[in-house]
Design a protein around this ligand. Sequence first.
Ligand code: ADP
Length: 260
Amino acid sequence: MSGFAVSEVGLEGGRVLLSATQLHKRFGDNEVLKGIDFDVPAGSVSVLIGPSGSGKTTVLRSLNGLELPDSGTVRIGDVSVDYGAQPTKKDVARLRAQSAMVFQGHNLFPHLTVLQNVTEGPLLVQRRPAGEVRTEALALLDRVGLASKAEQYPFQLSGGQQQRVGIARALALRPQLMLFDEPTSALDPELVGEVLAVMKDLAGEGWTMVVVTHEIRFAQSVADQVLFMDGGVVVESGPPEAVLENPQQPRTRTFLHRIL
Ligand code: ADP
């Protein structure tokens, strides 16, 4: 399936920030990605949906080199990695620096305060000046509603608060692209809303985001593009009104019937 046209997501003339081309990945005999293609325009939100095991997380991790596909190309901005051409660790590290990932949960450093969790990457990886990093981290914590928790430790926070720290920590890296891997799936239901609200705010501010989630209502209200994956391929993609409300492919319909 080829990449969608930029005009389809209502961002006519928008620059494509991310291009994934023909991503292939196998784990032993298990061919997990069978040629994944998609484009993400700058400032847009793409949501990956699909059954468990369809390859969504592997796609997301391939976008920032946490997983190394066997072949295919990922381009973010002006950094491109051709996984089939045996990229060096440095090439992959350059690609990784373009994006930041928010994980399912439990990914904060337990021995560091909330503030230290947010400043760790910019200080130790990016080696930016401490004063600037601290000021920016406090502003980011304020933005996710957690300024008052800066000196607390992760275990003192609810799961939803921890995920909001995870989002602040990712933003602190000043990425071009934010990746979210089922950010609410490990949360108690009553804590899901506060995390989705922060993500919705980011989308409104123009962040470019790729989100793996089962939260169909979030996809309906926030996504510019929904990609339905099954069996290692993108079966169907387009604006949420099309993919979620008027799916063309039987596999998409079956999946949506099952979860809605
Ligand atoms: P999804 O996110 O859609 O649930 P995943 O990308 O997590 O799908 O997984 C796709 C398939 O790849 C599954 O069959 C999973 O068991 C397999 N898989 C994922 N990561 C690994 C790994 N590191 N080693 C072996 N198999 C893996």
